[in-house]
Ligand binder design. Sequence first.
Ligand SMILES: *Cc1c(COP(=O)(O)O)cnc(C)c1O
Length: 472
Amino acid sequence: MTPEEFRQHGHELIDWIADYIDGVGDRPVVADLQPGDVRARLPEHPPSSPEPFADVLADVDEIVVPGLTHWQHPDFFAWFPSNTTYPSILGELMAAGLGINAMAWVTSPAATELETLMLDWMQELLALPERFRSTSEHGGGVIQGTASESSLIAMLAARWRVTGGVVNTDGDTTRLVGYCTAQAHSSIEKGFRIAGIGTDRMRVVPHDDQFAMRPDALAELVAADVAAGLTPFIVVTTHGTTSSMAFDPTPEVAEICRAHDIWLHVDAAMSGIAALAPEHRWVNAGLDAADSYCTNPHKWMGINFDCNLFWTADRAALIGALSVLPPYLQSAAAGTGAAIDYRDWGIPLGRRFRALKLWFALRTDGVGPVQDMIREHVAITQELAALVEADDRFEIVAPHPLNLLCIARTGDTVEATNAATDALIDAAHAAGAGLFTRTVLDGRSVMRISIGSRTTTRDHVLAMWAHLSRLA
Ligand SMILES: *Cc1c(COP(=O)(O)O)cnc(C)c1O
């Protein structure tokens, strides 16, 4: 592709993206496909000669897009949102155009400094504790790809701290034990596996009827482990669990962590962004005692995937765990301690210039539109909850403080209600009422309705509810 062709196709592509977003609501939210259907429509072997860009775009229109689940669709009520916004898309494009690698300050000083600034801006906008700021004595933040990576690096930092930096096969490392509930995200268990802690050392703390961690049960487990000669090293609480958006009682958990010198990581991947609206800052409860915290602008905030923000109040432990410095990565700037080398704050060496999309969005759109969207989504969720409550064929099975509603069909037995709920989800998908996710909460089949797509309005939700009540 020549520079002239790039200019031409670039303009076409921007128009294509704008048209896609404009018309996404007119498409079916999910593709009706079997595994292998998409590949079967594409050539088995790479082309032997160059093809026109127009032919590629035509295949995108005819084969790729019809094979997508449309996460920007107003009837997307599944999993969690993965919103985009125009400035963030432009930031993503520019990052590709610049083609830099933000692995260290010296490999692109502006990329590192802009990233640090964005974390400090977001600390302010979310009203997070000052001790997470890069200008604080011991804290700081970094952009990770995902919350899964953040949980893993929190574990590595926690291990570093509790073992005094001795990570080898001696007794200290092999006696570690950590804690979360069964409602914690699957990435926590995955982290235990990847870190080599072992899932048998992941204690599942019982939860209450609101699906939140029971601090008394945590205290008992910790005491038993200490008595058995084990070393509690991390507790992960969740602010907004994936299945039901439960909030673990971090302030009470923090007291137990403090008493035993246990690292406290708070995973608020989905719900932490709610703190952009001051009335929802209760989601930050307990963070002033957390050692690390993360939330995902790539879910509800409109910063396209990937963009996870991770903060720690103990950057020395994180860097201690992750810094390995061969001669070819040394630099004078890093040697003085005046520069941040983000390769020491995460797993990969190479890093994308993700700060740009956040910076573009915060400067051009600002947080006003996001606050409006959050408020609207929360309000519609509460309105929907009232409708569900008034209908005795349905039941709400979990607290719904924000934008997730977990519902089930009512019935005489658990088996009957589970079967009816599963049937409702299948019928809703077959009828095109939207895309939903099934989950199980303490043995009960649940239909999760996540209201977080940027394009979802009250009308869409009311239409969806009308649809569901016809199908029930
Ligand atoms: C979505 C979610 C995750 C996983 O997020 P990734 O960024 O995709 O790793 C983890 N924890 C919670 C609470 C989530 O909502």
